[in-house]
Ligand binder design. Structure first.
Ligand code: 2AL
Length: 249
């Protein structure tokens, strides 16, 4: 099967690290196609970045449908464009925040999210609420690290994140940690070993969930609001995003 892992930001070095994390857990016979969109922000650190990045995600899902992709992972902790992507895709689409929070709820009574800039905590809070995960979520902690700090050698990102995870377990009385950025994908194992607690990276969790759904032959339901977008004309800069169909292009 082919799973397309979309990094919604346009930083290729981060896409490569995400791809490595995804391939490390993929089953034999699962091909990971890792991409970042041709357009969009270099990092996603707020609602505006997120709204704009969703168009790049949708562009990649539309291409994926033409290429016969079996399932998708949206690899940014805001899960930008997730529900819109489900309207476009036949197979399952899994967001990393959604996958990580659900995985944490299976193995712990409560979890904390440790993320990048403080301002992104509002996105995580909204997602926890909309996914029904707020009752498991005991804390959401920013670290003052910008997303691209995670790419910089010498930023001390690993130490800063590990220390915040340690405080989260103690002060929030959490049993598990959810890492709040797809760029943290390579940190989970080392932090879990250092703190003796489950640390969940959404990229790996989402790949296994998408892979599992595809293996079960379960795709996105087209019976309700995830049905294909209605054909119509789009104008201006977004003309090319018009859903195909009779009254479309
Ligand atoms: C993210 C993420 O996962 N990728 C990105 O660019 N921004 N989210 C975050 N909270 O830092």
């Amino acid at each position: 099967m082919r799973i397309k892992v979309i990094n919604p930001n346009t930083t290729r070095s981060m896409t490569e690290r995400i791809a490595a994390g995804a391939r490390a857990v993929a089953a034999p016979g699962t091909e990971i196609v890792a991409v970042s969109p041709a357009m969009g922000p270099v990092s996603i650190e707020g609602h505006y970045d997120e709204a704009v990045s969703a168009l790049g995600v949708l562009d990649e899902v539309r291409r994926g449908e033409r290429d016969g992709i079996d399932g998708y992972v949206i690899a940014c902790f805001g899960d930008p464009g997730l529900r819109a992507a489900r309207e476009v895709a036949r197979g399952p689409v899994v967001g990393v925040a959604e996958a990580a929070m659900h995985a944490a709820s299976f193995i712990a009574t409560g979890f904390s999210i440790v993320t990048t800039l403080e301002r992104t905590c509002d996105i995580a809070r909204q997602l926890a609420e909309s996914y029904g995960m707020a009752r498991f979520c005991r804390g959401i902690r920013g670290t003052d690290l910008a997303v691209l700090d995670l790419e910089k050698p010498g930023s001390e990102a690993r130490r800063i994140i590990t220390e915040e995870c340690r405080r989260a377990l103690r002060e929030d009385r959490s049993d598990a940690i959810v890492l709040g950025c797809a760029g943290m994908t390579d940190l989970a194992a080392a932090i879990a070993a250092a703190l003796d607690a489950p640390v969940i990276s959404g990229v790996e969790a989402a790949v296994k969930m998408a892979e599992g759904l595809v293996a079960l032959g379960i795709g996105t339901s087209k019976r309700g609001a995830f049905a294909a977008p209605l054909a119509k004309r789009y104008v201006g800069l977004l003309e090319g995003f018009a859903p195909p169909g009779e009254s479309g292009r």
